[in-house]
Design a protein around this ligand. Structure first.
Ligand SMILES: Cc1ncc(COP(=O)(O)O)c(C=O)c1O
Length: 405
C-alpha cells in the first residue's frame, strides 16, 4: 500500500509573492530597518483599525521592552497564566520581577478576570493574560477590573509612567491572536499594549518578529513613547541607521538600549503575507469548523472555543481535547498519528511543570485546569497547505486512534 502523503504541523505559507517581495528588498540597496518596515507598520495599524504599531525582532523582545518601559523590576509582580509558552514568564524574570501564575478557565482555556482579581496585590505592576490558540480573553472584564477603584487604590506607583497610568498595565500576550476579534474589533486595541508574534509557526510570519499595538489612555504622548521604543530597539540611539545614512551622521545615545529592531527583509515577508491574510483567516476558520463538525458527537470530544457573541478566534491552533485520557495515552495517540504521516503538537506544558519554575517553588498540582488541559489535549495541523481531503483523513485517523487507545 502506498504511504500516504505526510501532513506537516504548521509549514510557513511562503509563496511566489513573498519570495518576490524579499528579492525586491534584497536588490534595493537597503536591507535593515527602513522604508519597508515603516510601510509594514502602517499597514498593520490599518489592519488593526486604531492602535499605533511598532515592530521588533520577536514578541519576546517587544514585550520585554514594554515591561521595561513601565519600569517593572525587582520586587514587582506580573500576573500571567500557568498555561503558556516559556517566553511569557521569561521576560518577567529577565526584568528581575516575579511571575505570578493563574490557572485557566477550563471551558475558555484562558484566564478569567475573576481569577486575575484573586491574585492582584499591591506589588502587581502588570497583568499579562494570553489569548491561547488565538482565543481572546475577556478584554472588557479585565479592563473593568484594572480600572476599578479597589485596584487603583491599592496600586503603588514606583515611577512617573506608573503614576500616570495609576493602575497595573494591561499587556496582552496576543502572540497567537493576530486577526482574532473582540466585540467586533480586531484584537489589538483593547489592552493598553498588545504583543503579537510573527514567529515562523504563527498565522502571519516574518520568520522571526513581533509587534506591539499601543492603546494607552489619551494622556500618554504616543510620539514620545514610540520614539522611546524605537530608540531602545537600537541601542538607545537618537537616530536609526537609515537616518544616519540619509541625513547628518551626528547622533547621541540616550539610554543603554537593546538590539531588537525588525529588518526590512522581515517586513517584506510580513507585507506580502498581510495582503493575503483576510482570505487566509477564512480558510483557517473553515478548517477549524470542519474539525469541529467531524468530531461532534464523539463522547470524548471537547473542541476549542472558536466563536461566541463577543469574539472570534484567529484559529491559530486547533487544540483537540480528549476527555478522560492520560498524558501517556495522548502521547501514544500522537506517536500513532505520526506513523500515519500526521504531525501534531502539544500546547503547552504548563509552566509549573518546567524545571525553571519548579526551582522557583511552583507545583503543577496548584493549577489543576492547566494540568488537565495539558494531559488531555493535542494540537492538530491547521494551515494553508491542508486540503479538504487532508482534513477528512486527519479526522478519521484521530477517531480510529482515540477509539482504540
Ligand atoms: C503564548 C506565546 N507567547 C510568546 C511567544 C514568544 O513569541 P516569539 O517567538 O515571537 O518571541 C510565543 C511563541 O511561540 C507564544 O506561544
Amino acid at each position: 500500500m502506498a504511504t500516504p502523503k505526510p501532513i506537516g504541523f504548521a509549514p510557513p505559507p511562503i509563496d511566489g509573492d513573498t519570495i518576490a517581495a524579499v528579492t525586491r528588498v534584497l536588490q534595493s540597496g537597503w536591507i535593515t530597518s527602513g522604508p519597508e518596515l515603516a510601510a509594514f507598520e502602517e499597514e498593520l495599524a490599518a489592519f488593526l483599525a486604531g492602535p499605533h504599531v511598532a515592530c521588533f525582532s520577536s514578541w519576546t523582545t517587544a514585550c520585554e521592552l514594554a515591561l521595561r518601559w513601565f519600569g517593572v523590576g525587582s520586587g514587582d509582580e506580573v500576573i500571567i497564566p500557568a498555561m503558556t509558552y516559556a517566553a511569557t514568564a521569561n521576560i518577567v524574570l529577565h526584568c528581575g520581577a516575579e511571575p505570578v501564575m493563574v490557572d485557566i478557565d477550563p471551558k475558555q482555556r484562558v484566564v478569567s478576570a475573576d481569577a486575575v482579581r484573586a491574585h492582584i496585590g499591591p506589588r502587581t505592576k502588570v497583568v499579562m493574560p494570553v489569548d491561547l490558540g488565538g482565543w481572546p480573553v475577556d478584554y472588557d472584564a479585565v479592563h473593568t477590573l484594572l480600572n476599578s477603584a479597589t485596584i487603583r487604590t491599592q496600586f503603588h506607583a514606583g515611577n512617573d509612567v506608573q503614576a500616570q497610568l495609576g493602575r497595573p498595565l494591561f499587556l496582552s500576550d496576543a502572540a497567537h491572536s493576530f486577526g482574532a476579534t473582540f466585540a467586533g474589533e480586531p484584537v489589538g486595541s483593547q489592552a493598553d499594549i498588545t504583543g503579537f508574534s510573527f514567529h515562523a509557526v504563527k498565522n502571519l510570519t516574518t520568520a522571526e518578529g513581533g509587534a506591539l499595538a499601543f492603546s494607552l489612555p489619551d494622556s500618554f504622548d504616543m510620539d514620545v513613547i514610540l520614539g522611546w521604543f524605537k530608540a531602545m530597539a537600537l541601542h538607545g540611539q537618537s537616530k536609526s541607521a537609515l537616518e544616519k545614512t540619509t541625513g547628518s551622521w551626528h547622533y547621541d545615545v540616550v539610554d543603554a538600549g537593546y538590539k531588537c529592531n525588525m529588518t526590512d527583509l522581515q517586513a517584506a515577508i510580513g507585507r506580502a503575507q498581510l495582503r493575503k491574510y483576510p482570505d487566509q483567516l477564512l480558510r483557517r476558520a473553515a478548517i477549524a469548523s470542519a474539525y469541529d463538525k467531524g468530531f461532534n458527537g464523539c463522547a470524548w470530544y471537547e473542541g476549542p472555543p472558536l466563536e461566541d457573541a463577543l469574539r472570534t478566534s484567529s484559529y491559530h491552533l486547533f487544540q483537540l481535547r480528549i476527555s478522560g485520557i492520560s498524558a501517556e495515552q495522548r502521547d501514544r495517540i500522537m506517536t500513532n498519528l505520526k506513523a500515519r504521516g500526521i504531525a501534531t503538537n502539544v500546547h503547552f506544558q504548563p509552566l509549573p511543570m518546567l524545571t525553571l519554575h519548579q526551582r522557583r517553588g511552583e507545583h503543577v498540582a496548584d493549577y489543576p485546569e492547566s494540568a488537565r488541559l495539558f494531559e488531555e489535549s493535542l494540537s492538530l495541523p491547521i494551515h494553508l497547505e491542508l486540503t479538504d481531503e487532508d482534513v477528512t483523513r486527519i479526522i478519521q485517523a484521530v477517531k480510529e486512534e482515540v477509539e482504540t487507545i
